[in-house]
Design a protein around this ligand. Sequence first.
Ligand code: ZN
Length: 319
Amino acid sequence: MTFISGSVTDDRASDLDRERARFRDELIAAQLLIPTGIDGLYGRSSDFEQIIDGIDRLVVKAGVAAYGASPRKLRFPPVFPRDAFEKTDYIASFPNLTGAISTFTGDNKDHRSLLADREAGRDWDHHLESAGTMLVSAACHPSYSTLPKTLSEEGVLLDVYGFCFRHEPAVDPARMQAFRMHEFVRVGTPAEARAHRDEWVGRGLDVLAELGLTARQEAANDPFFGRAGRILAAGQREENLKTELVVRLYGDLDDGTAVVSCNCHQDHFGEAFGITTAGGEVAHSACVGFGMERIALAMLRTFGLDITGWPAPVRAHLT
Ligand code: ZN
Protein backbone atom coordinates (compact mmCIF):
# COMPACT_ATOMS: atom_id res chain seq x y z
CA MET A 1 0.00 0.00 0.00
CA THR A 2 2.84 2.29 0.83
CA PHE A 3 4.24 1.62 -2.62
CA ILE A 4 0.95 2.58 -4.30
CA SER A 5 0.46 5.80 -2.36
CA GLY A 6 4.14 6.64 -3.02
CA SER A 7 3.70 6.31 -6.77
CA VAL A 8 0.49 8.36 -6.70
CA THR A 9 2.44 11.10 -4.94
CA ASP A 10 5.18 10.85 -7.56
CA ASP A 11 2.62 11.20 -10.35
CA ARG A 12 1.14 14.27 -8.68
CA ALA A 13 4.65 15.75 -8.35
CA SER A 14 5.51 15.23 -12.01
CA ASP A 15 2.10 16.61 -13.08
CA LEU A 16 2.87 19.64 -10.93
CA ASP A 17 6.32 20.06 -12.52
CA ARG A 18 4.77 19.87 -15.98
CA GLU A 19 2.08 22.37 -15.08
CA ARG A 20 4.61 24.84 -13.66
CA ALA A 21 6.83 24.52 -16.74
CA ARG A 22 3.79 24.98 -19.00
CA PHE A 23 2.68 28.12 -17.13
CA ARG A 24 6.19 29.57 -17.35
CA ASP A 25 6.40 28.79 -21.09
CA GLU A 26 2.98 30.40 -21.67
CA LEU A 27 4.04 33.54 -19.79
CA ILE A 28 7.19 33.76 -21.90
CA ALA A 29 5.31 33.06 -25.16
CA ALA A 30 2.83 35.83 -24.26
CA GLN A 31 5.86 38.07 -23.58
CA LEU A 32 4.62 38.85 -20.09
CA LEU A 33 7.93 37.55 -18.71
CA ILE A 34 11.20 37.86 -20.61
CA PRO A 35 13.63 35.00 -19.95
CA THR A 36 17.24 35.78 -19.01
CA GLY A 37 18.60 32.24 -19.35
CA ILE A 38 18.50 31.59 -15.59
CA ASP A 39 15.52 30.01 -13.81
CA GLY A 40 13.66 32.52 -11.66
CA LEU A 41 15.16 35.68 -13.21
CA TYR A 42 12.92 37.49 -15.68
CA GLY A 43 12.36 40.81 -17.33
CA ARG A 44 8.79 42.12 -17.05
CA SER A 45 6.58 43.46 -19.84
CA SER A 46 4.48 46.59 -19.84
CA ASP A 47 1.30 44.51 -19.31
CA PHE A 48 2.91 42.68 -16.40
CA GLU A 49 3.91 46.00 -14.81
CA GLN A 50 0.39 47.34 -15.35
CA ILE A 51 -0.89 44.46 -13.23
CA ILE A 52 1.77 45.11 -10.56
CA ASP A 53 0.86 48.82 -10.44
CA GLY A 54 -2.84 47.97 -10.15
CA ILE A 55 -2.19 45.59 -7.25
CA ASP A 56 0.01 48.20 -5.62
CA ARG A 57 -2.71 50.85 -5.73
CA LEU A 58 -5.01 48.51 -3.78
CA VAL A 59 -2.26 47.67 -1.28
CA VAL A 60 -1.57 51.38 -0.67
CA LYS A 61 -5.32 52.03 -0.39
CA ALA A 62 -5.63 49.30 2.24
CA GLY A 63 -2.85 51.00 4.23
CA VAL A 64 -4.56 54.38 4.05
CA ALA A 65 -7.92 52.82 5.02
CA ALA A 66 -6.30 51.12 8.00
CA TYR A 67 -4.50 54.15 9.39
CA GLY A 68 -6.41 57.13 7.99
CA ALA A 69 -3.19 58.27 6.34
CA SER A 70 -0.26 56.69 4.58
CA PRO A 71 2.31 55.15 6.91
CA ARG A 72 5.84 56.58 6.65
CA LYS A 73 7.11 55.63 3.21
CA LEU A 74 10.68 54.28 2.95
CA ARG A 75 12.34 52.98 -0.19
CA PHE A 76 15.70 51.21 -0.19
CA PRO A 77 17.97 50.01 -3.00
CA PRO A 78 18.10 46.22 -3.50
CA VAL A 79 21.53 46.22 -1.81
CA PHE A 80 22.12 46.97 1.88
CA PRO A 81 24.99 46.96 4.39
CA ARG A 82 26.36 43.61 5.50
CA ASP A 83 26.33 44.93 9.10
CA ALA A 84 22.56 45.28 9.00
CA PHE A 85 22.17 41.94 7.20
CA GLU A 86 24.31 40.33 9.90
CA LYS A 87 21.97 41.58 12.63
CA THR A 88 18.89 40.05 10.97
CA ASP A 89 20.39 36.55 11.58
CA TYR A 90 19.43 35.64 8.01
CA ILE A 91 22.78 33.93 7.37
CA ALA A 92 22.12 31.59 10.30
CA SER A 93 18.60 30.69 9.20
CA PHE A 94 18.74 30.87 5.38
CA PRO A 95 22.38 30.59 4.19
CA ASN A 96 21.16 28.86 1.02
CA LEU A 97 18.95 31.81 0.00
CA THR A 98 21.58 34.49 0.64
CA GLY A 99 23.10 36.81 -1.95
CA ALA A 100 26.35 38.71 -1.28
CA ILE A 101 27.92 41.46 -3.38
CA SER A 102 31.57 40.93 -4.31
CA THR A 103 33.98 43.18 -6.12
CA PHE A 104 37.59 43.27 -7.18
CA THR A 105 39.90 44.85 -4.60
CA GLY A 106 43.30 43.51 -5.74
CA ASP A 107 46.29 45.01 -7.55
CA ASN A 108 47.57 44.63 -11.13
CA LYS A 109 49.08 41.24 -10.40
CA ASP A 110 45.80 39.94 -8.94
CA HIS A 111 43.96 41.34 -11.94
CA ARG A 112 46.31 39.48 -14.30
CA SER A 113 45.58 36.19 -12.58
CA LEU A 114 41.82 36.88 -12.76
CA LEU A 115 42.17 37.56 -16.48
CA ALA A 116 44.27 34.42 -16.95
CA ASP A 117 41.50 32.31 -15.40
CA ARG A 118 38.92 34.08 -17.52
CA GLU A 119 41.02 33.58 -20.66
CA ALA A 120 41.30 29.86 -19.89
CA GLY A 121 37.53 29.62 -19.49
CA ARG A 122 37.80 28.99 -15.74
CA ASP A 123 35.71 30.56 -12.95
CA TRP A 124 37.10 33.96 -11.92
CA ASP A 125 34.63 34.82 -9.09
CA HIS A 126 37.08 33.65 -6.41
CA HIS A 127 39.30 36.65 -7.27
CA LEU A 128 36.58 38.94 -5.89
CA GLU A 129 36.24 40.07 -2.27
CA SER A 130 33.23 41.13 -0.22
CA ALA A 131 32.00 44.62 -1.07
CA GLY A 132 30.52 44.94 2.43
CA THR A 133 27.02 44.74 0.98
CA MET A 134 24.33 42.10 0.57
CA LEU A 135 21.25 41.70 -1.60
CA VAL A 136 18.08 42.57 0.28
CA SER A 137 16.53 39.36 1.59
CA ALA A 138 13.18 40.76 2.78
CA ALA A 139 11.92 44.26 2.00
CA CYS A 140 11.76 45.25 5.67
CA HIS A 141 15.33 44.18 6.54
CA PRO A 142 17.11 47.44 5.57
CA SER A 143 14.65 49.50 7.63
CA TYR A 144 15.50 48.35 11.18
CA SER A 145 19.01 49.86 11.33
CA THR A 146 17.56 53.25 10.30
CA LEU A 147 15.08 53.45 13.21
CA PRO A 148 15.69 55.49 16.38
CA LYS A 149 17.12 53.41 19.23
CA THR A 150 14.31 54.66 21.48
CA LEU A 151 10.89 54.81 19.86
CA SER A 152 8.33 57.55 20.44
CA GLU A 153 5.06 56.72 22.25
CA GLU A 154 3.39 55.88 18.93
CA GLY A 155 6.14 53.51 17.85
CA VAL A 156 6.90 53.10 14.15
CA LEU A 157 4.70 52.30 11.18
CA LEU A 158 6.40 51.97 7.80
CA ASP A 159 5.45 51.39 4.18
CA VAL A 160 8.42 49.65 2.54
CA TYR A 161 8.45 48.47 -1.08
CA GLY A 162 11.37 46.94 -2.89
CA PHE A 163 13.10 44.07 -4.63
CA CYS A 164 14.15 41.02 -2.64
CA PHE A 165 16.63 38.30 -3.62
CA ARG A 166 16.43 34.64 -2.71
CA HIS A 167 18.69 32.08 -4.31
CA GLU A 168 16.19 29.35 -5.14
CA PRO A 169 16.24 28.87 -8.92
CA ALA A 170 13.04 27.09 -9.98
CA VAL A 171 10.97 26.38 -13.05
CA ASP A 172 7.83 27.56 -11.21
CA PRO A 173 7.39 31.21 -12.28
CA ALA A 174 5.92 31.85 -8.81
CA ARG A 175 9.31 31.11 -7.28
CA MET A 176 11.48 33.92 -8.61
CA GLN A 177 15.00 34.73 -7.44
CA ALA A 178 14.31 38.48 -7.58
CA PHE A 179 10.84 39.78 -6.81
CA ARG A 180 9.06 42.70 -5.17
CA MET A 181 7.49 42.78 -1.76
CA HIS A 182 5.31 45.62 -0.50
CA GLU A 183 5.35 45.62 3.28
CA PHE A 184 3.72 47.43 6.17
CA VAL A 185 6.03 47.21 9.17
CA ARG A 186 5.09 47.90 12.80
CA VAL A 187 7.65 48.35 15.56
CA GLY A 188 6.36 49.01 19.07
CA THR A 189 5.05 47.13 22.08
CA PRO A 190 4.40 43.36 22.01
CA ALA A 191 0.63 44.03 21.82
CA GLU A 192 1.04 46.50 18.92
CA ALA A 193 3.19 44.07 16.95
CA ARG A 194 0.81 41.16 17.54
CA ALA A 195 -2.23 43.28 16.60
CA HIS A 196 -0.52 44.41 13.39
CA ARG A 197 0.08 40.82 12.35
CA ASP A 198 -3.47 39.76 13.26
CA GLU A 199 -5.25 42.72 11.64
CA TRP A 200 -3.44 42.39 8.33
CA VAL A 201 -4.64 38.81 7.84
CA GLY A 202 -8.17 40.11 7.24
CA ARG A 203 -7.03 43.19 5.32
CA GLY A 204 -4.82 41.05 3.09
CA LEU A 205 -7.73 38.69 2.34
CA ASP A 206 -9.87 41.75 1.47
CA VAL A 207 -7.25 43.06 -0.98
CA LEU A 208 -7.03 39.65 -2.65
CA ALA A 209 -10.83 39.35 -2.83
CA GLU A 210 -11.04 42.78 -4.47
CA LEU A 211 -8.56 41.52 -7.08
CA GLY A 212 -10.90 38.58 -7.72
CA LEU A 213 -8.68 35.98 -6.03
CA THR A 214 -9.87 33.22 -3.74
CA ALA A 215 -7.38 32.85 -0.90
CA ARG A 216 -7.27 31.06 2.41
CA GLN A 217 -5.21 31.77 5.50
CA GLU A 218 -2.82 29.19 6.83
CA ALA A 219 -0.42 28.92 9.77
CA ALA A 220 3.06 28.63 8.27
CA ASN A 221 6.75 28.58 8.99
CA ASP A 222 9.79 29.93 7.19
CA PRO A 223 12.01 27.46 5.31
CA PHE A 224 14.78 27.55 7.94
CA PHE A 225 17.94 25.75 6.86
CA GLY A 226 19.20 22.44 8.22
CA ARG A 227 18.58 20.43 11.34
CA ALA A 228 18.56 23.42 13.71
CA GLY A 229 16.14 25.03 11.27
CA ARG A 230 13.54 22.33 11.87
CA ILE A 231 13.42 23.31 15.53
CA LEU A 232 13.06 27.01 14.62
CA ALA A 233 10.27 26.16 12.17
CA ALA A 234 8.43 24.08 14.77
CA GLY A 235 8.72 26.94 17.29
CA GLN A 236 7.41 29.46 14.76
CA ARG A 237 4.34 27.31 14.14
CA GLU A 238 3.82 26.52 17.79
CA GLU A 239 3.85 30.19 18.75
CA ASN A 240 1.66 31.06 15.75
CA LEU A 241 4.01 33.75 14.44
CA LYS A 242 3.47 33.41 10.70
CA THR A 243 0.23 33.36 8.73
CA GLU A 244 0.26 33.06 4.96
CA LEU A 245 -2.53 33.87 2.53
CA VAL A 246 -2.50 31.11 -0.03
CA VAL A 247 -3.95 30.93 -3.56
CA ARG A 248 -4.11 27.74 -5.59
CA LEU A 249 -2.26 28.42 -8.83
CA TYR A 250 -2.05 24.75 -9.80
CA GLY A 251 -5.45 23.41 -8.71
CA ASP A 252 -5.10 20.44 -6.40
CA LEU A 253 -1.63 19.49 -7.67
CA ASP A 254 -0.13 21.26 -4.65
CA ASP A 255 -1.29 23.00 -1.49
CA GLY A 256 -1.22 26.44 -3.10
CA THR A 257 1.15 29.39 -3.30
CA ALA A 258 1.62 31.93 -0.50
CA VAL A 259 1.00 35.40 -1.95
CA VAL A 260 0.84 37.42 1.28
CA SER A 261 2.74 36.75 4.49
CA CYS A 262 1.88 38.17 7.92
CA ASN A 263 4.73 37.82 10.38
CA CYS A 264 5.26 38.53 14.05
CA HIS A 265 9.00 38.73 14.84
CA GLN A 266 8.50 39.18 18.60
CA ASP A 267 11.64 40.91 19.97
CA HIS A 268 14.01 39.44 17.35
CA PHE A 269 14.78 42.68 15.50
CA GLY A 270 14.29 44.91 18.57
CA GLU A 271 16.98 42.91 20.35
CA ALA A 272 19.34 42.65 17.36
CA PHE A 273 19.13 46.34 16.41
CA GLY A 274 18.96 47.64 19.99
CA ILE A 275 15.52 49.26 19.66
CA THR A 276 13.46 49.98 22.79
CA THR A 277 9.96 51.32 23.23
CA ALA A 278 9.24 54.69 24.91
CA GLY A 279 8.60 52.65 28.06
CA GLY A 280 12.11 51.16 27.94
CA GLU A 281 11.16 47.62 26.89
CA VAL A 282 12.81 45.81 23.98
CA ALA A 283 10.66 46.66 20.93
CA HIS A 284 8.64 43.98 19.18
CA SER A 285 7.97 44.05 15.45
CA ALA A 286 5.67 42.59 12.85
CA CYS A 287 5.28 42.96 9.10
CA VAL A 288 2.85 42.06 6.37
CA GLY A 289 4.39 41.46 2.96
CA PHE A 290 2.44 41.43 -0.30
CA GLY A 291 4.32 39.28 -2.84
CA MET A 292 3.67 41.44 -5.88
CA GLU A 293 4.78 39.06 -8.63
CA ARG A 294 2.97 36.12 -7.05
CA ILE A 295 -0.29 38.07 -6.82
CA ALA A 296 0.10 39.14 -10.48
CA LEU A 297 0.75 35.52 -11.49
CA ALA A 298 -2.28 34.34 -9.51
CA MET A 299 -4.41 36.87 -11.44
CA LEU A 300 -2.94 35.76 -14.79
CA ARG A 301 -3.61 32.15 -13.83
CA THR A 302 -7.19 32.96 -12.78
CA PHE A 303 -8.27 35.34 -15.55
CA GLY A 304 -6.01 34.39 -18.45
CA LEU A 305 -2.89 35.83 -20.03
CA ASP A 306 -4.69 38.49 -22.10
CA ILE A 307 -5.53 41.29 -19.69
CA THR A 308 -7.92 42.90 -22.19
CA GLY A 309 -10.18 39.86 -21.67
CA TRP A 310 -10.28 40.12 -17.87
CA PRO A 311 -13.64 40.78 -16.15
CA ALA A 312 -14.41 44.50 -16.11
CA PRO A 313 -14.34 44.93 -12.29
CA VAL A 314 -10.87 43.35 -12.15
CA ARG A 315 -9.60 45.27 -15.19
CA ALA A 316 -10.82 48.48 -13.55
CA HIS A 317 -8.03 48.10 -10.98
CA LEU A 318 -5.40 48.23 -13.69
CA THR A 319 -6.01 51.83 -14.74
ZN1 ZN B 1 9.19 41.99 6.63
